[in-house]
Ligand binder design. Structure first.
Ligand code: HCA
Ligand code: CU
Length: 392
């Protein structure tokens, strides 16, 4: 398989910290301990590029970045890119270099909604950007530089192309962010293929917001159309409805072709989702592909079928992504098979299938009477005990 895809750029520490879920969890930002746990597990998974806030945001962010950088070295990870998300402004760039970043994710908004072009002519803007970038490369030849025209999909394509034509020789990567999440896959395919042809030598990085629910399909489409990097966060958290989910993307790339994700230890995916869920004090959302809920079965006929053959209602090998078991929710929709299995194999009652059938009938018809008991399994055992069945 010929692919341009080189990997994900994780921005949980930058875009992710702009998520309202941190406000809901009354955390507002990650603690150093949160960041260390997230960082170490992302490294283990195989992530090697991390985006951070511009150091001008706060002294605390700088000190956390320094600690994480030395942690990576201590753990023996040498080829890690630490990318500072900076406005194309001298103060941001200077403080990022001073703090010890080895890459800059620079950005500027050219869309009609930003005002940047109107307060300045495009020619003048391009000259300024190019001067800064050429100087940077001259003084720091090893510095990784990415440049993004923010709100790419609402910007005048010709204006962005004028700028990208002028700078593409001097940067490592050109960014294509869908800042407000308006792009649809057909447009993504067309534009990425076009940019790929126009700039064959430079990396293309994409960044999709999930406003319309398209961040995952847009990212997948971009990779298939020739993009090199995709920005992701764990659980897709980010500004407004967030961006592409890291594990959701890895799963979908795997289903497309295993070679895309050969550098990732996929079985750590679910653990990462659970880790962030625990930090945000919420379960892994049902919209996440790599979730236990995708292996949880409720209807009796489904439960019976899955007990015989998992593939009957599980279409994706989620066990490869760390979701190691199927779950059956016992409730009034469950059938004899599951209740027999549960009482005999899990709880150790000496019962026959016929006896399980009688218990099931009673369980379904009397379930609503046990309003003070929250756990359906407890109700089931009260009924089994009332019949005098013995446990092993
Ligand atoms: C932001 C906007 C941004 C930047 C993406 C990029 C976006 O919060 O500054 O630098 O490529 O979605 O455009 O996240
Ligand atoms: Cu963004």
């Amino acid at each position: 398989m010929k692919t341009n895809f080189k990997g994900v750029i994780d921005t949980t520490f930058r875009e992710g910290q702009q998520s309202s879920l941190l406000f809901d969890a009354r955390k507002y930002k990650f603690s150093l301990e949160d960041k260390k746990a997230i960082f170490q597990n992302l490294l283990k998974l195989g992530v090697r590029m991390f985006e951070f806030f511009s150091p001008v945001v706060s002294e605390e962010e700088i000190s956390h970045f320094e600690i994480l950088k030395s942690l990576a070295l201590k753990l023996g990870y040498k080829e890690v890119k630490f990318l500072a998300h900076c406005r194309i402004k001298k103060e941001d760039i200077f403080s990022a270099l001073k703090a010890g970043f080895n890459g800059l994710n620079l950005y500027l908004n050219l869309s009609p909604y930003s005002g940047a072009i109107y307060s300045n002519s495009l020619r003048k803007l391009i000259d300024e950007v190019i001067k800064i970038i050429i100087n940077l490369k001259k003084q720091h030849p090893d510095l990784y530089i990415r440049f993004s025209a923010e709100d790419f999909f609402r910007s005048d394509l010709n204006k962005v192309l004028n700028l990208y034509d002028a700078i593409h020789r001097y940067v490592d990567t050109l960014g294509i962010p869908d800042t407000v999440g308006i792009a649809i896959p057909q447009e993504v395919e067309k534009k990425i293929q076009y940019l790929r042809k126009r700039y064959p030598e430079v990396n293309l990085e994409v960044h999709f917001h999930n406003t319309r629910g398209f961040s995952l399909i847009n990212a997948l489409t971009a990779v298939k159309s020739g993009a090199n990097y995709v920005d992701t966060t764990i659980l897709g958290i980010g500004e407004r409805s967030g961006i592409t989910s890291l594990t959701g993307l890895l799963l979908n790339l795997y289903l497309e072709d295993k070679n895309y994700v050969k550098n990732y230890d996929l079985k750590l995916c679910y653990l990462l989702n659970v880790l962030l869920g625990s930090i945000l004090n919420m379960p892994v959302p049902s919209t996440e592909p790599v979730s236990l809920i995708n292996r949880t079965h409720v209807a009796g006929v489904h439960q019976k079928a899955v007990l015989n053959n998992k593939q009957s209602y599980e279409g994706i090998p989620l066990h490869r992504f760390g979701v190691n078991k199927s779950t059956f929710l016992l409730g009034p929709l469950s059938g004899t098979n599951l209740i027999y299995y549960f009482l005999k194999e899990i709880k150790g009652y000496h019962i026959t299938k016929e006896q399980a059938k009688i218990i099931t009938k009673e369980f379904k018809s009397t379930f609503s009477r046990y309003q003070q008991i929250n756990n359906p399994e407890d109700i089931l055992m009260i009924i089994a005990d009332s019949k005098g069945y013995q446990k092993k």
